[in-house]
Design a binder for this molecule. Structure first.
Ligand code: ZN
Length: 260
């Protein structure tokens, strides 16, 4: 999970809709109504752009069939007059959390490889829990330092809290660990999906070491390939590449003024 920017000014259509319909329900009144539907498309587009095309939680690259607007604070909370459903600061864009048929592949044993609910992640994992202050909101993950690291086993790459970075950033490590757990970022589907990028980068670094060429220039090239935006979009698992490229990644992101 990386830092995501929250644009300070909300799309005008959202402000206008909320002013006219302060108590509107998300699905019935906004997403599936004539006026709201057009604004919903605008929101998706604005959020996708500010999040450089990645799920706010698992960093999978979003596609039209695998994205949804996610409410960090549950939109079902009607305990006050505050309408969380239409609060711009509460809106992010995320993947469908493993609920698509495409995510439920059949394994060699004939059983689903990534059954639910064990492989439900991101917004789909939190259901209606109020997690403000318990887990990190995407804009509460600082751009620097990198709070997450990874642990490799033969079949998977698990995400973990980097305790020393958390300490340097003043972020309680327990909150980072809760973020991983509550969003189910170590479900089998995601842990397996991260591994090929890690292996690819390890092979590239090995080739660099063996080539005798200037490793600094080679690592810089890798950072440019894996960390830059391409037409405002990043590649899946940005933080895996950042971790794998270590100091070179931090220098690159610092020079390019990374801010989400
Ligand atoms: Zn996701």
């Amino acid at each position: 999970m990386k830092h995501c920017r929250k644009e300070p000014v909300e799309p005008q259509c959202l402000a206008a809709f909320r002013a006219k319909n302060p108590a509107a329900e998300w699905e019935r009144d906004f997403k599936e109504s004539g006026e709201g539907r057009a604004c919903y498309a605008t929101l998706r587009s604005a959020l996708r752009q500010s999040q450089t095309g990645l799920c706010a939680y698992c960093e999978i690259r979003l596609t039209p069939g695998n994205e949804q607007v996610a409410h960090f604070h549950p939109k079902s909370d009607h305990s006050s007059d505050h309408n969380w459903a239409l609060d711009w600061d509460n809106l992010w864009i995320g993947c469908l959390g493993g609920t698509r048929p495409a995510d439920r592949q059949i394994g060699s044993d004939g059983k689903p490889k990534y059954p639910l609910p064990a492989n439900r992640s991101c917004d789909e994992a939190t259901t209606d829990a109020i997690l403000d202050g318990v887990i990190l909101r995407p804009d509460e993950v600082p751009p620097f330092p990198r709070l997450f690291r990874f642990l490799q086993t033969p079949d998977r790459l698990d995400i973990a809290a980097d305790a020393s970075a958390c300490s340097a950033a003043g972020v309680p490590v327990e909150r980072v660990e809760a973020t991983i757990e509550k969003l189910n970022l170590n479900c089998r589907r995601l842990a397996e999906a991260r591994l090929p990028l890690h292996r690819q980068l390890e092979s590239a670094k090995k080739r660099l070491r063996e080539s005798g060429a200037d490793p600094g220039a080679g690592l810089r090239r890798l950072a440019d390939i894996h960390l830059a935006t391409d037409q405002d979009r990043r590649q899946s698992f940005f933080t895996v590449a950042r971790w794998s490229l270590g100091r070179c990644a931090e220098d690159y992101l610092s020079e390019t003024k990374f801010c989400g």
